[in-house]
Design a protein around this ligand. Sequence first.
Ligand code: PBG
Length: 343
Amino acid sequence: DAPTLPLSPAAAVAAARPGRVRPRRMRGTAALRRSVSEVRLHPADLVLPLFVKEGLDEPAPIASMPGVVQHSRDSLRRAVVEAAAAGVSAVNLFGVPLVRDAVGSGATDPDGVLNRAIADVRAEVGDALVIQADLCLDEFTDHGHCGVLTADGWVDNDATLVRYAEMALVQAEAGAHVVAPSGMMDGQVGVIRDVLDAAGRGDVAVLAYAAKFASVLYGPFRDAVESTLEGDRRTYQMDPANRREALREVALDIEEGADLVMVKPAGAFLDVLADVAAVSTVPVAAYQVSGEYAMVEAAAAQGWLDRRRAITESVLGIRRAGADQVLTYWAVELAHWLREEWR
Ligand code: PBG
């Protein structure tokens, strides 16, 4: 005999009257869902990071970032034209020099790989697209750190600021619309702002890598720039455990004159991103970094994830958490998909 229930399932359903309030109602068709999307992706939300290597004749693949290349001088120009045509709002340039030294001399050489690339790109696209320049020494130093070192190997904050200020002036001269200090030195935004202003370059904006965490997810990037770093960056990048501290870094950078602030990486730090977006008085960028890219590409290559949906959902999540702009290696491909869906 079936047990006598105190309340039959059918009676429970009837009593709950789920028919009155039905959140599923607005999910019934694609058109209904589209009409109530809280967040939409647009090509202009996207920023494409690009690598250019000195001395290359042809673009070279990056093993841990399938689909991403180190550009030659010529292929970089083509890539930027393609990005502009796809509707992305900006490119973010990284240089890979052939020669490195203790102070990263190549970073401030107007003929250095990055500065030449900035000038090339500016000549190619003018103001049709925003040209952001990575402002950091790690690609240019032989020890691979983001700054210059003291005799006992400590990254010397204030000596590094001098190099960053010099770099900002050269990048501005080369044609960068935005310089993006990514080294997490204290005071970097203020010093760069003051030096640019004093040089009459108040037109050049500063995108501050405000909350940049010491993350394992930069691994593939270090292949991309052939980083020589031994050890880690934990004495200057933030501890991934720290959420509140991100707000302190953001407040300092805004006070120092940052025009945009960034949270990086994005996907594993969406709580931080949401916090920052809630209080920032300047636009907020988020960087979907090389490791985030590599994880999805690897899973998709195995057939374990639907690649297009994984990419779209990951970037949507970053926007939903509050990013105004997303730096992503998928920017151009995603921009094409978005236009295709819109048509
Ligand atoms: C430092 C810099 C890094 C990245 C962007 N700028 C590497 C690091 O801090 O070690 C990582 C970007 C990525 O992983 O996609 N110049």
